[in-house]
Design a protein around this ligand. Structure first.
Ligand SMILES: [Zn+2]
Length: 238
């Protein structure tokens, strides 16, 4: 068992990119840590690989209407948390594959944002039941190395502000594979909940829709002896 640590694991982070699959992943899984980092002045870039366009039980709506609504909800949530930029890679929900084009799209964002730290799904956790979560995490990790190589998709390097990928550290979320970073999110929990509730299409019954999430964060809090926490797993990269 590796040694666990707290928010100080993020002490050197200045520019953070979060690669998620769906519009509400970041808010529900790590909204507290994101709010804390934003308050510390970290530049935060969010990437949703899919449009989230099947995320409903309402058969009367359309995929494009849902995608439009979820884009708006994502912008609102980003403003609440202090996320600077939201990128959507426009893939269809439920069909995400870690293919070469997705790798290139993500590598391009590493190069443009010059992020030093990546947060993404743990694709290696056997319990990762959602295929989009697995694919987003896999593609995000797969893009890490090529983004640093000048002969990989060199046209990306000619875009304004772009440079070779600058990522130095990777943290995985949504994992029960020995998480070793536990962040006390009690001081920003109201902000996290507000960001989640901005996703009205997903949580139409307000806080009642988020009882599962609060229970999960309380469970993680027990590791630290605090009310609520979020957990991550450091990935060794060099
Ligand atoms: Zn998701």
């Amino acid at each position: 068992m590796t040694e666990t640590t707290g928010f100080d694991a993020f002490a050197d982070v200045q520019r953070l990119i979060v690669v998620a699959a769906h519009p509400d992943d970041l808010e529900t899984i790590c909204g507290g840590a994101i709010a804390l980092l934003a308050r510390r002045g970290v530049q935060i870039f969010s990437v949703n690989c899919t449009l989230g366009d099947i995320g409903t039980q309402d058969r009367t709506t359309t995929r494009s209407a849902l995608a439009t609504a979820r884009r708006q909800e994502t912008e609102e949530a980003a403003a609440i948390l202090g996320v600077q930029q939201v990128h959507c890679l426009d893939r269809h929900d439920g069909e995400l594959v870690a293919d070469l084009e997705l790798r290139a799209q993500i590598a391009r964002l590493y190069r443009i944002t010059q992020a030093d730290t990546l947060l993404t799904f743990d694709p290696f956790w056997p319990g990762q039941i959602h295929p989009d979560h697995r694919a987003a995490g896999q593609a995000a990790i797969d893009a890490y190395m090529p983004s640093k190589m000048p002969l990989y998709r060199p046209e990306q390097l000619r875009e304004p502000g772009a440079g070779l990928g600058a990522l130095q550290r990777v943290f995985l979320f949504s994992t029960d594979r020995e998480p070793d970073v536990f962040v006390d999110v009690g001081s920003v929990y109201e902000t996290k909940l507000a960001a989640c509730l901005a996703h009205r299409s997903q949580f139409p019954n307000g806080l009642e829709s988020l009882e599962w999430l609060q229970g999960m964060d309380e469970e993680r809090g027990k590791t630290l002896g605090v009310a609520r926490a979020e957990s991550f797993r450091r990935m060794s990269v060099w």
